[in-house]
Design a protein around this ligand. Structure first.
Ligand code: UDP
Ligand code: MG
Length: 355
């Protein structure tokens, strides 16, 4: 029905801004205020869907009171902290817009760029418009080197799916891509890779990434490292397969060395010293074996998660206009969905035509 509508009049479209929040009581209000200001020209074409990722502070309470003043705001609450990737997956499953834009609540993704994204999507027909950080000078040198290294390694290892470097989650995706992504069954939600997976027409738009308005980052190096492993293991099996080749090369060298020692012993006689070379070989091979078993473990652990098939997220509550959509029977890939009854019974389509 929506497709028909979109086809009939290009003027009627809805873009869902998806905003995951985890302990963000300092930033949500500023976010809504700024979005209101900067995007007033397309007021009726946007809705804001906050995903509260199990915040321990009053983030949800603040969002709820904002929602009562503005019916364009919905709130999806997850039952605990599942991580930003899971929060985005929840939104992906529930959001009703003709396109969706992922944004951080800390205003590091400048709202004015949304206008460019939408323009690019509507006028140029681009399905996947992503923000590219042109200037990372605000990041520390270590962060720049590690993130640059990650993009390089990822794109070398992943043969088909390439991710643009310095593109984050800040992007607009068309309904086509939303529907494609919803069909991906995996639990490993490395969104940077998943966003690139469906293909379609993509375009990057450069922007300067400002500092967080308030609060602190939820990342540290250990989390980033694991995130990188999620990404690589999700899109490449080369780390798993390379050990047989490495083993082959080492085996070949060992045979050559064996022949060398054999001949040397025949020619010059028995030669006992060799502690250093034996130790070196034993330690080197020992560590190579441990590393390869470790890589096996990384994949096996993730395979275990996929096999268990637990839901990526659990929704505890949905408030605002989205709640009526879910009541209408749209399937949610989570257990334990309870909808708040105070959401009005209007469906999204009637809300849209009200305007
Ligand atoms: N976030 C989330 N769940 C988490 C961690 C972060 O929903 O477990 C949200 C957070 O509230 C913010 C966005 O993800 O809106 C980006 O987080 P952050 O600003 O800490 O990351 P950075 O910008 O430093 O990469
Ligand atoms: Mg941030």
């Amino acid at each position: 029905k929506r497709k028909e509508k979109m086809g009939n009049s290009k003027e009627d479209y809805l873009v869902s801004l998806v905003v995951p929040c985890f302990n963000e009581h300092e930033t949500v209000e500023t976010f809504v205020k700024t979005v209101d200001e900067k995007l007033s020209s397309i007021r009726d074409h946007i809705e804001i869907v906050f995903v509260d990722d199990g915040s321990k502070d009053d983030t949800a309470k603040i969002i709820d009171s904002l929602r009562q003043k503005d019916d364009r705001i919905s709130l999806i609450r997850l039952s605990r902290n599942f991580g930003k990737e899971a929060a985005m997956s929840a939104a992906l499953d529930l959001v009703q817009g003709d396109a969706m834009i992922m944004m951080d609540v800390d205003l590091q993704d400048p709202p004015e760029l949304v206008l460019d994204f939408i323009k690019c999507w509507r006028e140029e027909g681009v399905d996947n418009v992503y923000g590219v950080r042109v200037d990372r000078s605000k990041d520390t040198e270590a962060k720049r080197v590690t993130s640059g290294g990650f993009y390089y390694v990822f794109n070398k290892l992943s043969s088909r799916v390439k991710i643009p470097s310095n593109a984050g989650d800040f992007r607009l995706i068309d309904r086509k891509i939303i529907d494609t992504l919803r069909q991906l069954p995996e639990r490993n939600r490395f969104m940077k890779g998943l966003f690139a997976w469906p293909g379609f027409v993509s375009k990057g738009i450069g922007y300067q990434r400002p500092e967080r308005v308030a609060g602190t980052t939820k990342w540290n190096y250990w989390k980033l490292w694991n995130f990188a492993l999620d990404g690589i293991s999700g899109f490449s099996s080369l780390p798993l397969r390379m050990w047989s080749y490495l083993g082959g090369v080492i085996g070949l060298l060992a045979i050559i060395y064996m022949i060398f020692i054999f001949l040397k012993t025949l020619i010059t006689g028995v030669d006992v010293p060799g502690y250093a070379s034996i130790m070196t070989a034993v330690l080197f091979l020992g560590s190579v074996q441990l590393i390869s078993i470790g890589v096996l473990g990384e994949y096996l652990g993730r395979l275990g998660q996929e096999v268990k098939g637990r839901p990526v997220y659990v929704v505890s509550e949905i408030k605002g206009r989205l709640s009526s959509v879910v009541k209408k029977g749209i399937s949610v890939t989570a257990v334990g969905v309870t909808c708040n009854e105070d959401g009005d019974d209007k469906t999204l389509d009637t809300l849209k035509s009200d305007k």
